[in-house]
Design a protein around this ligand. Structure first.
Ligand SMILES: Nc1ncnc2c1ncn2[C@@H]1O[C@H](COP(=O)(O)OP(=O)(O)OP(=O)(O)O)[C@@H](O)[C@H]1O
Length: 255
């Protein structure tokens, strides 16, 4: 996955939020994106599955401009989970597969295991329980685990994860981290990091500051040589969700 001279301005705005982004993510490598609040991390990773189109430069996957890949095919190649996941008022199974016809039950079970989302088996109708009905509301952490399961289902070629652990309590975070580490092994991935502990899942880290990449290296290299990296990580630690983060939120979107 390669970003070359990528610039991005949100539609209807004048100021670019990303400028001159050059990144090379090797096949099977996990690259973490670290930076202080508002520096453009979520914007950067949302360009990969083309939630937005870049305004300059190029993003390629296996040498192919992602704009030349049919959107449906690209979205099958790229599994994604964003920080505040959208769930729809339909069954858990439908929320997980979102119209992918080829998903098998075994793939669903595996994804639920990876995301430590086995709580769905305890729901009144298990995978067939409709979310958002009969007073069923899920906690922030449960929603995040379902979104993660949705992202990893069928083991997509590329994963784009916008801090998939941020709403989890400390105990669940550790369990998901272990399972996720196994999934990320050998998968090309972009991982937005809000919590310093999540950095451990990455092979290398890119430091983003005010829309530009200012350093790329391993976590220990950057810790040693880039004071701004240490500062960004500790700023995120202060802003991170604590053990009480697994809070009740319904956040269900009706179709
Ligand atoms: N949909 C949008 N339209 C216009 N501007 C946006 C939109 N989403 C984000 N921005 C702006 O883009 C900039 C980068 O935001 P982004 O969410 O990418 O940063 P971030 O590093 O992920 O922040 P955080 O750590 O708080 O999640 C911010 O100035 C933000 O206000």
């Amino acid at each position: 996955m390669r970003f070359e001279g990528v610039t991005f301005t949100y539609p209807g705005t004048d100021t670019p939020v990303l400028r001159g982004i050059d990144l090379d993510v090797r096949p099977g490598e996990t690259l973490a994106i670290v930076g202080t609040t508002g520096c453009g991390k979520t914007s950067l990773v949302s360009l990969m599955p083309r939630l937005y189109d870049i305004t300059g430069g190029q993003i390629t996957l296996d040498g192919r401009d992602i704009r030349d890949i049919k959107l449906g095919s690209l979205r099958r190649l790229v599994g994604m989970a964003f920080e505040d996941p959208t769930l729809f008022s339909m069954s858990v199974r439908e929320n997980l597969t979102l119209g992918r016809r080829e998903t098998t039950d075994d793939e669903i079970y595996e994804a639920l295991r990876v995301a430590q989302a086995e709580f769905v088996y305890e729901l009144p109708w298990a995978l067939d329980t409709r979310i958002g009905e009969q007073g069923l509301s899920l906690s922030g952490g449960q929603r995040q685990r379902l979104a993660l399961a949705r992202a990893v289902i069928g083991r997509p070629r590329v994963l784009v994860l916008d801090d998939p652990l941020s709403a989890l309590d400390v105990h669940t975070e550790a369990l998901v981290e272990d399972a996720l580490a196994r999934v990320l092994h050998g998968t090309t991935a972009l991982l937005v990091v809000h919590r310093p502990s999540t950095v451990a899942l990455a092979d290398r880290v890119a430091l983003l500051a005010d829309g530009q990449i200012t350093a790329v290296g391993t976590h220990s290299e950057l810790l040693e040589t880039v004071p701004a990296y240490r500062a960004a990580l500790s700023a995120e630690a202060v802003g991170a969700t604590g053990p009480g983060g697994d809070v009740e939120r319904s956040g269900v979107v009706s179709r």
